[in-house]
Design a protein around this ligand. Structure first.
Ligand code: GDP
Ligand code: IMO
Ligand code: MG
Length: 429
């Protein structure tokens, strides 16, 4: 029965992959509903590390059916590379289902993503360069290529021709790049069709039937609330809806079926790419968080920008996503600090803001108002109950919980699957 949405509360990399994996065999279907291989989820099982980009994290659970929903954009080369990589390590990927309506990242969109960023210079977004933005732009301008188009060569060719007629002008005349041949693209895409065909399904129908049969469906977001194209720090965002509303449009599961919304909040903040980040630290403390938290991108390897936890952002995530439960991850990284600052509000040109400023310029000028909590020194990585945590770590969690306005149901104390403190079941009371 339960349909659960899982989202990131900050700027991504909160540990969504680990949280999904945690629910493991209690979940029958894990649906990726937005984004593409811009995501990077690291999951550690029995000391073995898996890095997933395009496949839903549920692929690592043998009883779970992973689903790539209609809201996802798919780079087929990456899809099969990831499948082959997992199969070589003994992971069975044969249950994977792919929506016939998901869009394909065509080779020209990968090129356009990179040249556009270069062209923007200092005004760049800092994208992952995977072709995400141009592919969603095509989807909205109704010139995109969908999974189902691969099974009708005539239609596929027409669509590629139409797209390239325009894009080749842009590539050649604006960016001084060589034009891309229609045949080249059509052949590359058709090359994947036979292998893709058995995975393709009417995934929204499959998911509705699953829910009717009492199965548990988890909808797993890529990216996060402040990278959402509508609710994030536009234009420094990704090009999809990473918030809970996107779970409905990106999977075909209607809002009336959703029972819970779980948000993942890192015990501090990180961001990759450009854009405002009020609690960012440019000093030794930022370096401490980056080193201790191993904050280097799973997808691009870029060092992540680091700062203190921002409960204005957390509160905003609660509101926008309708969060019922939070998982706070990486609390272990904060061990060994005298004081742990928590951002409770912003000062914008002398005016206190307790909520996210509606005006983006104000957000760029926001100076954090901190509350300093006492730190703890004890190693918490083996704690498995809330009571085992040092009192100051408990106080930190309880204060953040109070400020973000939804209960904290689990706390991560290390990257391993078992390194979790559970307070409430994530699947229900
Ligand atoms: P995602 O994109 O939200 O799935 O997150 P990423 O995988 O990009 O980044 C989270 C990183 O933190 C991964 O390397 C995880 O293995 C790691 N991680 C997750 N939870 C914890 C935790 O509680 N403590 C520590 N130390 N690491 C964690
Ligand atoms: P997961 O799922 C962190 C960021 C990029 C860039 C902006 C736009 O692992 O949390 P895009 O390539 O999507 O057009 O880039 O969004 N970004 C992420 N940052 N985690 C992610 O995914 C991200 N996916 C995109 O760095 O600033
Ligand atoms: Mg990530």
């Amino acid at each position: 029965m339960p349909a659960i949405v899982l989202v990131g509360a900050q700027w991504g990399d909160e540990g969504k992959g680990k949280a999904t994996d945690l629910m493991g065999s209690d979940v029958d279907y894990v649906v990726k509903f937005n984004g593409g291989n811009n995501a990077g989820h690291t999951i550690v099982i029995d000391g073995e590390k898996y890095a997933l980009h395009l496949l839903p994290s549920g692929i690592l659970t043998p009883t779970c059916t992973p689903v790539i929903g209609n809201g996802v954009v798919i780079d087929l080369a990456v899809l099969f590379e990831e499948i082959d990589g997992l199969e070589a390590r003994g992971v069975d990927t044969s249950r994977l289902l792919v929506s016939a309506n998901a869009h394909i990242i065509a080779p020209y969109n990968r090129v356009l993503d990179k040249v556009t960023e270069r062209f923007l210079g200092s005004r760049k977004i800092g994208t992952t360069g995977r072709g995400i933005g141009p592919t969603y732009a095509d989807k909205m301008s109704r010139t995109g290529i969908r999974v189902q188009d691969l099974f009708d060569e005539k239609i596929l060719r027409q669509k590629v021709e139409a797209a390239l007629q325009f894009k080749n002008q842009v590539l050649a005349k604006i960016y001084n790049r060589r034009a891309i041949e229609v045949d080249e693209v059509v052949e590359e895409l058709l090359g994947y069709a036979a292998r893709l065909r058995p995975m393709v399904a009417d995934t929204s129908l499959v998911l509705e039937q699953a829910l009717n049969e009492g199965r548990t469906v988890l909808m797993e977001a890529g990216q996060a609330t402040l990278l959402d194209v509508d609710h994030g720090t536009y234009p420094f965002v990704t090009s999809s809806n990473a918030t809970s509303g996107g779970a409905c449009t990106g999977s075909g599961i209607p809002p009336t079926r959703i029972d819970r919304v779980i948000a993942i909040l890192k015990a501090y903040s990180t961001r990759v790419g450009e854009g405002p980040f009020p609690t960012e630290l440019h000093d030794d403390m930022g370096e401490f968080l980056r080193k201790t938290g191993a904050e280097y991108g799973t997808t691009t390897g870029r060092p992540r920008r680091c700062g203190w936890v921002d409960t204005v952002v957390g509160r905003y995530a609660t509101r926008i996503n309708g969060v019922t439960d939070f998982v706070i991850t990486k609390l272990d990284v904060l061990t060994g600090l005298d004081k742990v600052p928590v951002c409770v509000a912003y000062d914008v040109d002398g005016v206190r803001h307790d909520e996210m400023p509606v005006n983006q310029t104000d957000f760029h000028h926001a100076v954090p108002v901190y509350e300093e909590l006492d730190g703890w020194w004890e190693d918490i990585s083996d704690c498995r109950s809330f009571e085992e945590l040092p009192v100051n770590a408990q106080r930190y969690v309880l204060r953040v919980e109070e400020l973000i306005g939804a209960r904290v149901s689990a706390i991560g104390v290390g990257p391993g699957r078992e390194q979790i403190v559970s307070r409430h079941s994530l699947l229900g009371d």
